[in-house]
Design a protein around this ligand. Structure first.
Ligand code: CA
Length: 454
């Protein structure tokens, strides 16, 4: 059983968190949560994060308030898995926060329904931030000209970019006397299985397994394998669901075979007693995905050395990985558009704000310049942080649903996948069943977008 319980950071939660319902008109004369008291400008800031991220953002807000004594920020904080429901409710109740995190897959729908304020002028006119210094791929996720994503007005700035790399337990390799993975040359799939099998063992001879190759969560780790095998969820026009492509099926089957055929993961029974995130923390797994948001927690909790490598390469011979992101947007109903945009910029790109977040090790720097020296700083573990930057610059991609109007079609893929992971259904049988259902939902999303554009 692959449980959906890997601790996830604010930068990654796309697949399960897409707002898929149509938004009703939310602009207009709605009540804003901002107002004035004690002569101070009050801004509401709604965000989410793991405990470590929450603490980091609280600190940054404190700094912001010290630097801007006329502004009072009220924070609305939720755990990552409840965030979208709460934000949706706030929007539906016409209480759009002044500043808030949102998923890039929502840009089109939020712009069309008037939830987001266009902050292009504030961003381009700012003296505190340099737009050209922020990752272009990050800013482009929040541009929309009414037709094409990535172009036109700016409706938010990246909270961060979250490249999802593959980590490995260096100590485990050294103890087993196995050569360390090459950071510049990805394993082939066969090599990955073979080294994982070598590391899956009962180390003390009591008949019970003590360590395993890996244990991936399908929601977050299938994408690199599908993509590196030359397949994808959608065709280039983003109008056809292509999971029945044999290259896709092959990747999904190989993924499920980790447990059922190659036995490089905890068994179904073992997975029920302890999830793989916990096993990674305990040093029981050789390989596990790592995002920048994990670094702070890993620094405190891991009792072994770890580092980053590219994901194993499928038939294309190239690694693939996803880049998550969250936007920081300004609510269209804010009474203080200038100050709200200022706050969004402070959190995303201001040097002081950024440094505090980077120091807390909950994200990589949004400034390309800062990121370079950060990646070279060997006092910050892991050593090969360059892999994160390579994913952003060279081989990372956004989630499949980022370019579609709603994400229901993509969520559908994961709904009934468990029998495949448990070896009770083949990948080939599964994609035949799932493709038409997903296509129907995608068609509906395309239709909805057409209607909204009218
Ligand atoms: Ca044992």
């Amino acid at each position: 059983m692959f449980k959906v319980s890997k601790k996830i950071g604010a930068g990654m939660l796309l697949a399960t968190m897409l707002v898929s319902t149509a938004l009703t008109g939310c602009s207009g004369s709605s009540e804003s949560s901002s107002g004035k008291s004690d002569g101070k400008i009050e801004l509401s800031f709604m965000f989410r994060g793991q405990p470590q991220e929450q603490e980091a953002f609280k600190e940054v807000i404190k700094k912001y308030e010290e630097a801007n004594p006329d502004v009072d920020v009220t924070m609305v904080i939720t755990a990552p898995d409840q965030y979208d429901t709460k934000l949706k409710a706030a929007i539906a109740g016409r209480k759009i926060p002044d500043v808030f995190f949102y998923n890039p897959a929502q840009v089109k729908a939020y712009v069309n329904s008037g939830v987001l304020l266009d902050i292009t002028e504030q961003v381009e006119g700012s003296e505190d931030i340099k737009l050209e210094d922020i990752w272009e791929t990050g800013v482009d996720k929040y541009r929309y000209d009414g037709k094409t994503l990535g172009e036109g007005a700016i409706y938010g700035l990246p909270k961060d970019l979250g490249p999802f790399a593959l980590g490995y337990n260096k100590t485990m390799f050294e103890e087993a006397g196995i050569p360390l993975p090459d950071k510049d040359k990805p394993y082939t799939w066969d090599e990955f299985i073979s080294v994982s099998q070598e590391l899956t063992k009962d180390t003390n001879g009591d008949g019970k397994m003590d360590q395993y190759g890996t244990g991936f969560n399908v929601n977050w780790a299938l994408q690199p394998f599908v993509w590196s095998n030359g397949a994808d969820w959608l065709d280039e026009t983003k109008t056809k669901v292509t999971i029945d492509d044999p290259k896709f099926t092959e990747a999904l089957q190989w993924f499920a075979d980790h447990q059922n055929k190659y036995k490089i993961t905890p068994s179904i029974g073992e997975a029920q007693t302890l999830d793989t995130y916990q096993r990674w923390l305990k040093g029981q797994l050789a390989f596990f995905p790592v995002g920048p948001w994990d670094m702070g927690a890993f620094k405190e909790q891991l009792k072994f050395e770890y580092d980053l490598i590219p994901w194993p390469a499928g038939s294309t011979g190239k690694s693939a990985a996803w880049i998550g992101s969250l936007g920081i947007g300004v609510g269209s109903t804010t009474k203080h558009p200038e100050e709200a945009a200022e706050l969004a910029m402070y959190l995303s790109a201001d040097q002081e704000g950024q440094q505090a977040l980077v120091d807390a090790q909950v994200q990589l720097p949004n400034s390309m310049e800062v990121a370079k020296s950060w990646s070279e700083d060997t006092s910050i573990k892991p050593e090969n942080k360059q892999e994160f930057l390579d994913i952003i610059n060279d081989y990372g991609r956004g989630f499949p649903a980022e370019h579609t109007y709603t994400g229901e079609w993509y969520e559908e893929f994961f709904k009934n996948i468990q029998p495949v992971l448990d070896g009770k259904q083949t990948a080939e049988e599964y994609v035949k069943e799932a493709q038409p259902k997903m296509q129907k939902l995608l068609d509906a999303a395309i239709e909805q977008e057409k209607q909204a554009a009218k």
